[in-house]
Design a protein around this ligand. Structure first.
Ligand SMILES: Nc1nc2c(c(=O)[nH]1)N[C@H]1C(S)=C(S)[C@@H](COP(=O)(O)O)O[C@H]1N2
Ligand SMILES: [Mo]
Length: 199
């Protein structure tokens, strides 16, 4: 039996319902980078998963783009309070990189060309909730927005979505990333307004 009432089934959430507390909607796509934009060619790009035991597995650009690709439409929420509805991306779910990796880790630290890092529980990267994306609105992802490829983990504040992504390290314990070590919340759920340490 379907437990949803007939009126609710198939109903789409209004934009107001899709806006987390303390956020405002924007049509523009601001660029927020803590440092200079690294220029990484697709020939040089690679993505490496490192387990808590130090085992590694690396995908080149060619290998990454040969994995099954998904179209993604998601709302994104920046801790500086802008949200953007229905952003369209193309990329590979993290599940594809992690399915054959043997690990007991509960956490991940994602790293970028240029040195940026962000942390999150491993489960937040699985089950189709996070992607390595390389296209935005039908075009190759621009360097300013993290091209050639970035993490997209839209259910957390956008600082988690590391631009110019190059690797993911699995860890037994949670370790703060760049912003998390200087005051941003370790988890960063927009719906619970987890902006800073005290939240
Ligand atoms: N490598 C890297 N990734 C990053 C950042 C950064 O400074 N460096 N900034 C983060 C922050 S705070 C936000 S809000 C988003 C911004 O993405 P955008 O510039 O595409 O809007 O990227 C996140 N990923
Ligand atoms: Mo941000």
């Amino acid at each position: 039996m379907n437990s949803l009432s007939p009126g609710f089934r198939g109903r789409r959430r209004s934009l107001a319902e899709r806006l987390p507390p303390g956020q405002y909607p924007t049509e523009s796509f601001p660029v927020l980078s803590a440092g200079p934009t690294p220029r990484v060619s697709t020939e040089d790009w690679a993505f490496t998963v490192t387990t808590e035991r130090g085992d590694t597995r690396t995908w080149t650009w060619e290998q990454m783009t040969a994995l099954p690709q998904q179209g993604i439409v998601q709302d994104i929420h920046c801790v500086t309070r802008w949200s953007k509805f229905d952003t369209r991306w193309r990329g590979v779910p993290l599940d594809a990189f992690l399915e054959d990796v043997a690990t007991d880790a509960g956490f991940a630290v994602v790293s970028s060309y240029g040195g940026y890092t962000s942390n999150m529980p491993l489960e937040d990267l699985l089950d189709g909730r996070a992607w390595i994306v390389h296209s935005y609105e039908g075009y190759p992802l621009s360097p300013e927005h993290g091209g050639p490829a970035r993490l997209l983990v839209p259910h957390l504040y956008l600082w988690k979505s590391a631009k110019w992504v190059r690797g993911l390290r699995l860890a037994i314990e949670d370790e703060p990333g760049f912003w998390e070590s200087i005051g941003y919340h370790s988890y960063g759920d927009p719906w619970r307004e987890q902006r800073t340490w005290g939240d």
